[in-house]
Design a protein around this ligand. Structure first.
Ligand code: PGA
Length: 248
């Protein structure tokens, strides 16, 4: 089964509209061929319009880092997936550990968001992963399986629209990457818990992916791409990671 590589740049709360424009101008000068890779950047909400406009004639897609599960209503401060769709957003990241840790996002919230996103035709990357303590206690497998089961309750596993990002929390923003063989083992477990569509679903890795370690990670059979935080903020390192995909 050949799964198409998927690379996402999760910008977190970095880059307003002006810096987004600068990034994209540099990205567009790169001749890296992404015709057979899915690549998206996920800037903050307020930078989405400029990103979508500047990337409209390119193979790069734009994603959002979060959304609400309702389409509209009295939900002060929330962003409707309908508005994201209207802008031209194609991807949405759900359940990132920073949302779970700092904003009280729950498995149930992820499930509701997933349902709405799929109904509206957004592609989703569902983030799962264990803390350092959970890993030390031998619970990593149990945690990711629970996150998957809870997110998917009542939803069809559609490999065209749903991807998972295995992001061990201890590796995010720390410079500590999972060893490729350990990541591969977790990806195999994740795929195995996705039922009969598992072989088709993309399971990407996130957690301190950098130009120097991307290739080794991406060479693993069950690692289908990367969700990149810090290294996606610099167009040069983002492009270097895409080039690493091309070599795999
Ligand atoms: P990082 O972030 O690459 O900076 O570790 C990854 C993520 O949070 O998706």
């Amino acid at each position: 089964m050949m799964r198409k590589f998927l690379i996402g740049g999760n910008w977190k709360m970095y880059k307003g509209a002006r810096e987004t424009e600068e990034f994209i101008n540099t990205l567009k000068t790169s001749k890296v061929d992404i015709s057979d890779i899915d690549v998206f950047i996920a800037p903050p909400f307020t930078s989405l319009p400029v990103a979508i406009e500047l990337l409209s004639n390119s193979n790069y897609a734009v994603g959002a880092q979060n959304m609400f599960w309702e389409e509209e209503g009295a939900y002060t401060g929330e962003i409707s997936p309908v508005f994201l769709k209207e802008l031209g957003v194609e991807w949405v990241i759900l359940g990132h550990s920073e949302r779970r840790i700092y904003f009280g996002e729950t498995d149930e919230g992820v499930r509701k968001k997933l349902k709405t996103a799929l109904r509206l035709g957004l592609n989703v990357v569902i983030c799962i992963g264990e803390t350092e303590k959970e890993r030390e206690e031998g619970k990593a497998e149990e945690i990711v399986k629970r996150e998957i089961i809870e997110a998917l309750k009542g939803a069809e596993v559609d490999p065209e629209r749903i991807a998972f990002a295995y992001e061990p929390i201890w590796a995010i923003g720390t410079g500590k990457t999972a060893r490729p063989e350990d990541a591969e083992e977790m990806h195999r477990i994740i795929r195995g818990s996705l039922g009969n569509k598992g072989e088709e679903v993309r399971v990407i890795y996130g957690g301190s992916v950098k130009p120097h370690n991307a290739e080794e990670l991406l060479r693993q059979d069950n690692i289908d791409g990367a969700l990149i935080g810090g290294a996606s903020l610099d167009p040069v390192s983002f492009i270097e990671i895409i080039e690493a995909v091309r070599r795999v």
